[in-house]
Design a protein around this ligand. Structure first.
Ligand SMILES: [Zn+2]
Length: 229
């Protein structure tokens, strides 16, 4: 068999496979941004639904049912299940972190140190470094007053719920060092006006719980923050 014949046979075989088989046709349902697990960054995705059909000689014959929708990355064209959306984009993560630092600062100031200029300044510094670059002392004071007025019944319970809402969605996406650094932000604010008072310690322990830090790690970090470097 000559080379020409063999390659003709292979072509016929390949086109035969293409002409009789199950083919999936895709259409786009919606789109958005996600963190692509394959190319590792914030990307656009298209959510695509598929329909499988048996095809003979290029003609779709029988429906073989639907395919579960997939997310298709616009950059690498990889297909992923809907669970790929559970991982926040880098942009979203930055916003969550910023809000978390803000919530920790408010919780610690609520517990103690509102009256202290040093504590308020430490809080402003933390919040600015986390991305709220326009944050001022007056804004924090106004917010603290509004929160205090809001929490007439049981202030510490409300504070802990608000804190948990800001921290819990973030915790699974942060490395231990990232969660510890959030707690240390709070510790530095609490220490700006002197040693931890009981309410500040409680607030910081609540931060640790929402961040899924072990009790002994919280104790270690709070002690570490107290030691000047
Ligand atoms: Zn990708």
């Amino acid at each position: 068999m000559g080379d020409a014949t063999r390659s003709r046979d292979q072509r016929a075989q390949r086109s035969g496979l293409r002409l009789a088989g199950v083919r999936t046709s895709w259409h786009t349902v919606d789109d958005g941004d996600f963190f692509c697990p394959a190319c590792g960054g914030d990307r656009s995705y298209r959510r695509r639904a598929g329909r499988r059909r048996f095809v003979l000689l290029g003609v779709p014959l029988l429906s073989r049912g639907r395919v579960a929708p997939v997310l298709e990355c616009a950059a690498c064209h990889g297909h992923f299940g809907p669970e790929a959306l559970d991982h926040p984009t880098t942009n979203r993560l930055a916003l969550l972190l910023r809000d978390a630092v803000h919530a920790v600062a408010l919780a610690v100031l609520t517990a103690g140190g509102r009256e202290s200029r040093a504590a308020r300044e430490a809080a402003v510094h933390s919040v600015r470094s986390a991305g709220y670059t326009g944050c001022t002392e007056e804004q924090l004071v106004t917010l603290l007053a509004a929160l205090a007025a809001d929490r007439d019944s049981s202030p510490s319970v409300c504070a802990e719920i608000e804190l948990h809402e800001a921290l819990a969605p973030l915790a699974p996406h942060l490395a231990p060092a990232g969660r510890e650094s959030l707690l240390l932000h709070g510790a530095r604010i609490a220490l700006a006006d002197g040693p931890y008072c009981a309410a500040e310690r409680e607030a910081l322990e609540a931060v640790g719980r929402s961040l899924r830090l072990e009790d002994e790690d919280v104790d270690r970090l709070l002690a570490q923050a107290r030691t000047p470097h």
